[in-house]
Design a protein around this ligand. Structure first.
Ligand code: TXA
Ligand code: MG
Length: 325
């Protein structure tokens, strides 16, 4: 049974108690819902991989309440401290070398000598981490390779019966996952575009190497971040990107003015606002997939979306959703 918890103090304390006992609890963050376990409990962390069907080589992000708590577990650099001052709490994850004293379960980091750390801005996530008094290891709360969840209903549809509880935290404000930046090498390296735009990171720290965007070769990205598989966020229906028209048997993911007004249209943003589109992206994919499969449609056709600001993360997620499986 999966308990549906509310945001009352009593329920948050109950959720922290479940985590302390080694159970899994899904909770809202400003990006997507996370599937949390006590990061310092190896058996609990192992349950995350099992519940998601996630390959063990794919490391997890550790969520902390404060930068001080996070930097006690990794070796921070001046760039890391600057980014922390500017973007934390918020949708930015930093990959840094683990300290030898770091108590986080090795499995959470998939045995790597680096650790991905993030300070979520969402009050529920903050209260849960504080109540536990330890970092929470949490991937997105979806089955491995499927669409990420931005509502409690999305989580239940994929993980009901597999996790102890979920805290209904409302819809996620940002809607795409955190930006993952690797600071363990000589030059900052973008592992995943996300909720903090590349432009704002560049404005803050200057040069950033881009290994994973704009259709570059797959080899470097799998080496640097084993979890960034090409096929991901997969709907059941095939997805076609940069559509220039829509067929009668296709569901439509629109941006701006739709090609056609069909019943199976989900508009990410009528006003072509990329922040709004990011916040609605996964809900749109879930909805079109459900509607499209129920009414026998053949595919989802996605209209073109500009590649700047949050559009980079949106296109990245669509490319993975469209990739051959
Ligand atoms: O917004 C988010 O980041 C959400 C919320 C719940 O915080 N979490 C999330 O986790 O998206 P997940 O597991 O779905 O994606 C984490 C990504 C994976 O691609 C993983 O391979 C990468 O971060 N990652 C984690 N630790 C890493 C490390 N030590 N080195 C390189 N990549 C790492
Ligand atoms: Mg994920």
């Amino acid at each position: 049974m999966t308990a549906l918890l509310t945001r009352t103090d009593r329920d948050i304390l109950h959720a922290a108690g479940l985590l302390r006992e080694g159970e899994l609890v899904a909770f809202g963050t400003e990006t997507v819902y996370g599937l949390g376990a006590d990061a310092q409990n190896p058996a609990a962390v192992a349950k995350i991989f099992e519940a998601k069907g996630r390959p063990h080589f794919n490391p997890l992000i550790c969520h902390y309440a404060t930068p001080e708590a996070a930097f006690a577990h990794v070796h921070a650099t001046p760039i890391a401290e600057k980014l922390a001052d500017t973007f934390w709490p918020g949708p930015l994850t930093l990959v840094l070398p683990r300290r030898v004293t770091c108590p986080v379960a090795l499995l959470a980091g998939a045995g790597l000598d680096t650790l991905a750390i993030r300070i979520p801005a969402h009050p529920i996530a903050q209260r849960l981490i504080t109540a536990l008094g330890r970092p929470i290891a949490a991937p997105s709360a979806n089955r491995s390779g499927r669409i990420s969840p931005t509502t409690a209903a999305h989580v239940l549809a994929q993980l009901k019966g597999r996790i102890a509880a979920i805290i209904d935290s409302g819809p996620c404000r940002v809607g795409v996952e955190s930006t993952v930046l690797d600071l363990s090498g000589a030059t900052p390296f973008l592992l995943r575009p996300g909720g903090v735009s590349l432009e704002s990171l560049q404005a803050s720290i200057g040069e950033i190497r881009l290994g994973i965007t704009q259709g570059q070769a797959e080899a470097p990205r799998t080496l640097r971040s084993p979890g960034l598989l090409v096929s991901h966020y997969a709907p059941i229906l095939p997805l076609r990107m940069n559509a220039t028209s829509i067929a009668a048997d296709e569901a439509q993911l629109a941006f701006g003015t739709p090609f056609k007004t069909t019943a199976r249209t989900y508009n990410l943003s009528e006003s072509e606002n990329l922040n709004e589109a990011a916040a609605r992206l996964f809900d749109g994919l879930h909805w079109l997939d459900d509607q499209g499969t129920a009414s026998g449609l053949r595919a989802i056709a996605a209209m073109p979306i500009p590649r700047h600001a949050l559009g980079l993360a949106i296109n990245d997620r669509l490319e993975r959703a469209a990739a051959a499986r």
